[in-house]
Design a protein around this ligand. Structure first.
Ligand SMILES: Nc1nc2c(ncn2[C@@H]2O[C@H](COP(=O)(O)OP(=O)(O)OP(=O)(O)O)[C@@H](O)[C@H]2O)c(=O)[nH]1
Ligand SMILES: [Mg+2]
Length: 437
């Protein structure tokens, strides 16, 4: 009886779930962005806004959200979690620190979390006028882990080659000399020597951390710089093979075989699980890009973001979705590319920022369009930390930014180039300060 009930319940759950998907009552939004790109700030701001749906104070921010201004959305709020086994997005902590005295940005994310929003929406169908709940599921995760998605389809040899290609691109900037030297001293065909390997692994990790500090986006495997609950686990004790030629790649009990086995375990148990938890069933995607940071980071940094984005977008399924694809092979049908932290440039530079963003994601956009998805572009600031004013004095006549801190004075953050080119980098000039304005 109980078995039958359970089976029936499972079937019913599946059908209900399917029906909810078909009638568009559940949307899974993928917030995609590299480390420090503004994901948590965006999610916090979105949750804050949705929780205030219906209040007159939020109406000015929603003037372009047609469903809201038409009155189709009655109210919104945080709903019961969808999956009780995943941590909850720390919304309350984030909001309290942002509203604290002094205000502090939310902490960098160190694990996967999820939040479910519910919107009460007017029903316009012919068979019912009862308002229904539209659920919006959102995941947050450390940006460092996102890069790992590129490993999903790569075997150990391909992983090693990818790191090699990347090194050729940036080798002069973030020197990898130390770990390459350590790898060169290892014999891939000899049995594993845990101590010698561990030295090479820690030098490889050191190099990744160095790359991260220099603002590079290509940091794989991501758990090497942010291990989460895998700190000290042997699954993180491997390196890409860039050392001596391997004589017997198919032998067991060699260092090379062990490295390959550890990499495969990482790919299947860590990366695959991360993908399934956060990305495997998305309907919509917002790709947050910190163009300003990339610009400030210099030429290599900008190339790196560009190449990385393109590689990343390869991991998602795009295309128009219908009720069968939504049930059995979900596809992302709409992607928004958003330049984040727009409050860090003056309003008259927003159009340039948008054009820069468009040129930056050109390849990634073609990929989405080519598979039948739709794309949009936006320039956003999730949390506005500045005010834009016009300043005129004998040295300057134009827009400047002000913060809440008087000591900052008024400043001009520079002109954003419309397209990226090596010469354009110089146009994003140093900030000019106007104390006492
Ligand atoms: N001025 C401004 N700064 C922002 C905004 N959003 C994010 N930031 C800045 O960017 C930093 C990183 O933002 P997060 O939202 O934590 O970035 P994240 O993508 O969640 O980063 P990880 O958790 O490390 O992957 C913040 O601490 C702020 O300094 C924004 O809208 N305006
Ligand atoms: Mg975060």
């Amino acid at each position: 009886m109980s078995l039958f009930d359970d089976a029936f319940k499972n079937i019913k759950d599946t059908v209900d779930y399917g029906l909810r998907l078909i009638s568009d009552e559940e949307i899974r939004l993928g917030v995609t962005g590299l480390s420090r790109g503004g994901k948590s700030a965006f999610i916090t701001s979105l949750v804050n806004l949705v929780s205030k749906f219906g209040d007159s104070e939020v109406s000015p921010y929603l003037s372009r959200f047609k469903a809201y201004t038409r009155g189709d959305i009655i109210y919104g709020g945080i709903a019961r979690p969808r999956d009780l086994s995943i941590g909850s997005f720390p919304y309350n902590e984030a909001i309290s620190s942002l509203y604290g005295e002094p205000a502090v940005w939310p902490k960098a994310t160190d694990n996967v979390s999820e939040i479910r929003l519910a919107l009460k929406v007017k029903n316009k169908s012919w068979y019912s006028s009862k308002p229904y709940d539209l659920y919006l599921d959102i995941w947050d995760y450390p940006g460092e882990w996102l890069m790992d998605l590129m490993l999903l389809e790569k075997n150990y040899e391909e992983f090693s080659n990818t790191v090699k290609e990347h090194l050729n691109r940036i080798g002069t900037v973030a020197s990898a000399k130390n770990w390459i030297e350590a790898v060169n001293q290892l014999d891939p065909d000899a049995p594993l020597n845990e101590i010698a390997l561990s030295k090479a692994v820690s030098l490889y990790k050191e190099w990744l951390i160095n790359c991260k500090q220099q603002g590079f986006a290509f940091i794989v495997p991501g758990r090497f710089v942010l291990p989460g609950n895998l700190l000290g686990a042997p699954i993180l004790e491997f390196i890409p093979w860039l050392g001596k030629e391997v004589q017997n790649p198919n032998s067991n009990n060699t260092l090379y075989a062990e490295l390959r086995a550890r990499y495969e375990a990482y790919r299947k148990q860590v990366v695959q699980k991360f993908y399934e938890d956060c990305f495997s069933k998305l309907d919509r995607q917002i790709v947050l890009i910190d163009c300003l940071r990339a610009l400030k980071g210099g030429r290599e940094n900008f190339f790196d973001v560009n190449a990385t984005l393109d590689i990343l977008m390869n991991n998602f399924n795009y295309g128009s979705s219908n009720f069968l694809t939504r049930l059995f092979a979900p596809k992302i049908d709409k992607v928004m590319f958003a330049a984040t932290k727009a409050d860090l440039v003056t309003n008259d530079n927003h159009q340039n920022l948008r054009m820069l963003l468009t040129s930056l994601v050109n390849q990634a956009q073609s990929r989405v369009l080519g598979e039948g998805g739709h794309t949009e572009f936006a320039v956003i600031s999730s949390i506005r930390a500045t005010q834009c004013k016009h300043l005129k004095n004998k040295n300057f006549d134009g827009q400047v930014l002000l913060t809440d801190y008087e000591d900052d004075g008024a400043f001009f953050p520079g002109t954003v180039p419309q397209r990226w080119s090596p010469e354009n980098m110089e146009f994003f000039s140093e900030t000019v300060l106007f104390k006492g304005c």
